[in-house]
Design a protein around this ligand. Structure first.
Ligand code: AHR
Length: 825
């Protein structure tokens, strides 16, 4: 609210200044251009002039609309744009996406501030003839103007002054907002140099209590940063299926191939890759190892080595076929880096068809970086595939299960739901990369691995079955997200005539795609007599998984192509499974074209819940505490599917964690609108991180929860289903102070417990008095505090028991998060 007031005041000043400054102008020249030097990556800039000679940059060089075509970052170019008014007076903008004759993009705007969804065409001839004509005319009129001393080429148009005024205000407001949102604790010493300790008095008003959702805090799982293979999925062998391919890394790394992570050793030993008689067509490459003399072996380095623990058992399995006409014996060994044998077992290789063989290896010592070796006698030739090694100890002892410590760290978050498989992995890099759940179930050797768009390989060993089973094991709702018939709008060069971008599954194939989505619900919930219920039962789970939610789309560009396909899938799911709550999508940001268009579509279709995403600076959370207070309660509910506070350098530290805690208190307050929220991403393996910050870092032997992890955990552990509003009086009403102290009061009706959460993002202590007189409460109170320096990355909360009296009058340490849980009497 305070932000609104300050912003309002600021705007008044700006408006007053503008009026005084330009009172005689009623029209002006506007010049629209992009920078040649950066190929328009900064977007469309404007400059204005009252005589067409001297130009005033707006910004300078503020990007009013940016090309959204191609990959994040460098591919999003806006070359040689033209701007002109269409027949209806609305502004039209067309630009090239590459060099001459490259594809073109089109967008429009009523005021040059708000822009409609962009569309892309192979070339200008593909534009509607009338538009193409206007573009040609506008192109011929592109001219030069000197802006900020640099000659630029662009479109020059005469416009009413009010339009220029709107652009100037937009830029000024954005600059002001960025300044606020860019505040970090680094300037706190200066910002709060004279700040005295603050006091807050909180008076709950039970008469205004409201029901809130009980699924608020969940987890977002995506196979990014080696979260699955080499991470949560307990498989210890890398490239077990010999399906790695240079295309996984877009041919940037030739060592990333079918032999990745494997080494043949011994005189005359040769390793080749074959595909003539695979175990299964979905997994059609396998290794052929031919030994010469003695000492021939094939070894696997694991994912950064294989971590084993003394005394623990490891299940080895492999598909093998001797190609010499004679059976053969293989010796499987775990070796440390000095070549000492840690475990060994013998497996036979029959001279017939493929056979799956198993053995158990018991580690004699603890080693962080062992390797697996398969040794063969001289003169042997064997075909090998699906060479797998699993710790016997997986999470809950599941076969083909999850790494125990990592899975436990997720379970310890107490997530009420788990989203899967992403993120961008859900909608994929091009149509052929869209995640297909059917490829991820059934026998491992029949699953279809695929390129992971984060630049590696997905074995699909952690597929839909393992995901649903994990949800069940930890009491979380599954929230699968399927593509809305379109791949990621940041796709690269995959499967589209324009060389990437969003595109869509051809309409003739949509029925089959929609059937796949419906089949997913049947697989999860159908009884064992249905086709897909039977498949689930065959995998060992006759009981339904009780799926209640399904997400359609992931922060997609809300184009016509998207809207058409989303609507088809949405209607089909609603018709066949009215009991399933569909979650729509409203783009990757908290504002802008996709957010607006996504909400418009969701409102028209009455989509029950929409998925919002935003990665923003801590200051955004500080100054947007009323974000959801403003939401219309009669519209779709919100699932905040991806969010995190991002600081320069992208750490996950106390500062980001407290900003997220502030936001979570506002989500609790708006729990009648925001039903679910998941921090993203969840997991990141050290040395294989494509995205920071993440919630849990790990290597092969250690799990390293971040400071932000504990904020999520405390909200997960201490959730409530009733929100109790309160009035809070602050000793200091300066918005910079007030907005850094946040609180929420909830009740868990099952236990009856009352939970007060308090965030202090100030460098001074805050004394809080809470009037709990209206409650009949126990005298002993559980108090948990996370406190430290803003830059601390590995803080752990400290728990204590205090008296009710102490809880009613508490001092919040500088930079701290406090949770007080008290039982009712
Ligand atoms: O969380 C990482 C990525 O961020 C997700 O894959 C994508 O949805 C978002 O852009």
């Amino acid at each position: 609210m305070m932000v609104k007031k300050i912003t309002g005041l600021f705007l008044c000043v700006v408006v007053f200044c503008c009026r005084a400054w330009c009172q005689d102008l009623d029209s002006a020249w506007l010049f629209a251009y992009t920078k040649v030097q950066n190929e328009g990556r900064g977007g469309l800039h404007f400059a204005w002039s009252n005589d067409g000679q001297g130009w005033h940059a707006i910004g300078p060089e503020f990007g009013f609309v940016k090309s959204d075509y191609g990959r994040w970052g460098s591919e999003k170019r806006m070359i040689a744009p033209v701007l002109f008014a269409g027949a209806d007076g609305a502004w039209q903008c067309v630009w090239n996406l590459g060099g001459k004759n490259s594809p073109v993009a089109y967008t429009g705007s009523p005021d040059l501030v708000h822009w409609i969804t962009q569309s892309y065409y192979l070339n200008e001839q593909e534009l509607k003839p009338a538009l193409a004509q206007q573009v040609a005319a506008a192109r011929s009129q592109r001219q030069e103007a000197v802006v900020l001393g640099v000659p630029e080429t662009g479109s020059r148009v005469k416009v009413p002054w009010s339009l220029v005024d709107g652009l100037i205000k937009k830029e000024q407001l954005t600059r002001y907002r960025n300044q606020l949102w860019g505040e970090t604790t680094r300037e706190d010493a200066l910002r709060f140099a004279s700040l005295k300790p603050v006091s807050v008095s909180i008076r709950p008003d039970r008469s205004r209590s409201k029901k809130i959702g009980d699924l608020l805090v969940g987890a977002f799982f995506e196979d990014i940063n080696y979260a699955a293979d080499g991470g949560l999925y307990a498989e210890l062998i890398q490239n077990r299926d010999f399906e790695y391919h240079p295309s996984d890394r877009e041919y940037r790394d030739q060592s990333w191939n079918h032999q990745k992570a494997w080494t043949a050793s011994g005189a005359g030993t040769v390793l080749t890759i074959d595909s003539t008689a695979p175990i299964h067509p979905n997994n059609n490459h396998y290794a052929v190892l031919r030994t010469g003399g003695s000492g021939g072996a094939l070894s696997n380095e694991g994912f950064d080595g294989i971590a084993v623990k003394a005394g623990e058992r490891y299940d080895l399995s492999l598909f093998v076929r001797s190609l010499t006409g004679r059976g053969v014996k293989l010796t499987a060994r775990l070796m440390d880096k000095d070549g000492a044998v840690i475990a060994s077992a013998v497996v036979s290789g029959p001279a017939t068809a493929w056979r799956k063989q198993t053995a158990v290896l018991t580690a004699a010592k603890t080693v962080a970086d062992a390797r697996l070796e398969l040794a063969l006698p001289p003169g042997a030739t064997v075909a090998l595939d699906m060479i797998s090694l699993f710790p016997r100890k997986t999470f809950k002892g599941r076969k083909n299960g999850l790494r125990e410590d990592l899975a436990q760290s997720i379970a310890d978050l107490h997530p009420r739901f788990i989203r899967f498989p992403g993120g961008c992995v859900a909608h994929g890099d091009g149509i052929e990369n869209i995640y297909n759940w059917k490829n991820t179930i059934g026998p491992l050797e029949a699953r279809k691995p695929q390129r992971n768009l984060w630049g590696y390989h997905q074995s699909m060993g952690l597929g839909y079955f393992e995901y649903f089973r994990f949800c069940e094991d930890i009491g979380a709702q599954p929230v699968p997200v399927v593509a809305a018939g379109v791949p990621c709008q940041n796709s690269g060069l995959h499967g589209h005539p324009l060389g990437g971008q969003q595109c869509g599954i051809p309409l003739k194939d949509m029925d089959s795609y929609i059937q796949d989505v419906l089949d997913l619900v049947e697989w999860a919930n159908g009884d064992v007599h249905t086709k897909w219920g039977k498949a689930r039962a065959a995998a060992g789970h006759p009981e339904p998984f009780h799926l209640k939610y399904i997400g359609i789309g992931n922060e997609d560009l809300i184009s016509d192509v998207f809207a058409e396909r989303f609507t088809m899938i949405y209607n089909a799911v609603k018709k066949k499974y009215p009991e399933i709550t569909v979650i729509g999508t409203v783009g990757p940001f908290f504002e802008g074209t996709d957010y607006e268009q996504g909400w418009k579509l969701a409102t028209e279709l009455r989509v029950p819940v929409v998925d919002e995403h935003y990665y923003v600076a801590p200051g955004w959370f500080i100054y947007n505490q009323d974000f959801y207070d403003k939401y219309d309660r009669s519209k779709s509910k919100v699932y905040l599917g991806e969010y995190a506070a991002h600081l320069p350098g992208r750490p996950n530290n106390l500062e980001t964690a407290l900003a997220e805690a502030i936001h979570l208190t506002t989500l609790e307050r708006n729990g009648d609108v925001v039903q679910m929220a998941s921090y993203a991403p969840l997991l990141a393996k050290e040395g294989h991180t494509q995205w920071s910050p993440d919630l849990i870092y790990f290597n092969n032997s250690t799990v390293k929860p971040t400071t932000g992890y504990y904020v999520q955990q405390l909200f997960g552990r201490h959730a409530g289903d009733v929100y109790i509003p309160a009035t809070a009086l602050y000793s200091d009403n300066n918005e910079k102070v007030r907005n850094r102290v946040a609180w929420s009061l909830v009740q868990d009706t099952k236990s009856g417990d009352l939970v007060l959460k308090l965030v202090n993002l100030l460098p001074v202590s805050v004394s809080v008095t809470t009037d709990l007189a209206g409650f009949r409460l126990a005298q002993r109170v559980q108090k948990t505090v996370l406190q430290g320096n803003p830059a601390d990355r590995a803080l752990v909360p400290v728990e204590a028991t205090v008296s009710l009296k102490e809880a009613e009058k508490m001092t919040l340490e500088p930079y701290s998060f406090t949770v007080v849980r008290v039982k009712q009497q």
